[in-house]
Design a protein around this ligand. Structure first.
Ligand code: RTP
Ligand code: MG
Length: 145
């Protein structure tokens, strides 16, 4: 997901180009906005932490651009391409990463990535679950004659 800071700064197209250049393909993507309840649900693992209220404020501060990426070892590969959580650290330890290039600090860090297959499944259904249901309702393709 491209977070509100990066959408606001109009980096979506540039980040999409970087993603494609790394060999990922886009399965789904959309423009949307998180309300407070959705943001709390999305980041439920961090509920109770000191930074949770400001994280929710940040994540609801403007539109986001969630994407489903496909590729060999996509979860690990995307997290490496994002770089470490803290953008300032990223500029030192992972200067070629997206957070190094476009992030501000350890909160406004431009992009999110699922950290495991289970969270990827949950997060894909969080953003695109309705689409899946819609496609389920489509009539089946005619069988070959
Ligand atoms: P993400 O979940 O967004 O992909 O990032 P991550 O795994 O690298 O970092 P995580 O520990 O899961 O934290 C989620 C997001 O919360 C914000 N954060 N703020 N102020 C702070 O100390 C702090 N720590 C984390 C960041 O936006 C981080 O990406
Ligand atoms: Mg995380």
């Amino acid at each position: 997901m491209i977070k509100p800071d990066c959408v606001r700064n109009k980096h979506v197209d540039e980040i999409r180009k970087i993603i494609l250049a790394q060999g990922f393909s886009f399965v789904k993507e959309k423009d949307t906005k998180l309300d407070v309840a959705s943001a709390k649900s999305f980041y439920q693992e961090h509920n109770g932490k000191e930074f949770f209220p400001s994280l929710i404020e940040f994540m609801t501060s403007g539109p986001v651009h969630p994407m489903v990426l496909e590729g060999e070892g996509a979860i690990k590969k995307w997290r490496a391409l994002m770089g470490p959580t803290d953008s300032n650290k990223a500029r030192i330890t992972a200067p070629d990463s997206i957070r190094a290039a476009f992030g501000t600090d350890n909160q406004m860090n431009c992009v999110h990535g699922s950290d495991a297959p289970e969270s990827a499944a949950r997060e894909i259904s969080f953003f695109f679950g309705d689409d899946k249901q819609a496609s389920k309702q489509e009539p089946e393709a005619p069988s070959k004659v």
